[in-house]
Design a protein around this ligand. Structure first.
Ligand code: PGA
Length: 249
């Protein structure tokens, strides 16, 4: 399975940062990586990002509503993301679950909306610090898989993003053992539910991925890529993460 290196810019990025997407696209063109590359800038940049990416890297959205259209001021549908040129949308990021009170059912509906619109979904899950301390990391992630992953998701183009909340933006990534254990559990949950088809979905790790830890994380079993926040805003570091997978393959 070809890994996916995805960058999540969160609420960062103005017109000058399009140059960073152009630089990544140029780097990918010069040294084709053994991975698919995706950058999810803020929605305001998607169309222009698609232009500068020139098909060399994919551009995605960071969230969508479940509805196609309607009276939802400020909302963006999966169809609108596709129309803007996005190939993918992240749904259920822990920041959306925390700040906007998103439930598993809503996340599943958003993932379905992505499929309806013909774009790919990265469905995020992950345990809190206290769930991990109480030995409930696997059950928390299992519950989120059951509730947030809709039927029909079993394509290698779709992905689950495992992002332990305590590792996001903290500089403290999960250990190799923790990552391998949870990824194996996620795979088991997917196979239990979808049979052999459940083996196709990529499982990404996210949470303080950087150029130093990326290579070893990407080499772990069942790690089908990485979801990178802070370091995706630094062109040289994101390029180094992309090169980490090239070197592995
Ligand atoms: P981080 O964020 O790489 O800055 O920890 C990851 C994410 O939130 O997707």
């Amino acid at each position: 399975m070809r890994p996916l290196i995805a960058g999540n810019w969160k609420m960062n990025g103005l017109t000058p940062q399009l140059a960073e997407i152009e630089a990544i696209a140029t780097c990918v063109a010069e040294t084709p990586p053994f991975a698919d590359i995706l950058i999810c800038p803020p929605s305001t940049l998607i169309t222009r990002a698609v232009q500068v990416a020139a098909g060399r890297i994919a551009i995605g959205g960071q969230d969508c509503r479940k509805e196609i259209a309607g009276a939802f001021t400020g909302g963006i549908s999966a169809e609108m993301l596709r129309d803007a040129g996005a190939s993918t949308v992240i749904v259920g990021h822990s920041e959306c679950r925390q700040h906007y009170g998103e439930t598993n059912a809503l996340v599943a509906a958003k993932a379905k909306a992505a499929m309806r619109a013909g774009i790919l979904a990265i469905i995020c899950i992950g345990e809190t610090k206290s769930q991990r301390q109480e030995g409930k990391a696997l059950s928390a992630c299992g519950d989120q898989i059951s509730g947030s992953v809709p039927e029909g998701i079993t394509s290698s183009a779709n992905a689950i993003g495992y992002e332990p909340l305590w590792a996001i933006g903290t500089g403290e990534s999960a250990t190799h053992e923790e990552i391998a254990e949870v990824h194996a559990h996620i795979r088991q949950c997917l196979v239990a539910r979808f049979g052999a088809e459940g083996k196709k979905v990529r499982i990404l790790y996210g949470g303080s991925v950087d150029p130093i830890n990326a290579r070893e994380i990407l080499a772990l079993p069942e790690v089908g890529g990485v979801l990178v926040g802070g370091e995706s805003l630094k062109t040289a570091d994101f390029e180094a993460i992309i090169k980490a997978v090239s070197a592995k393959a």
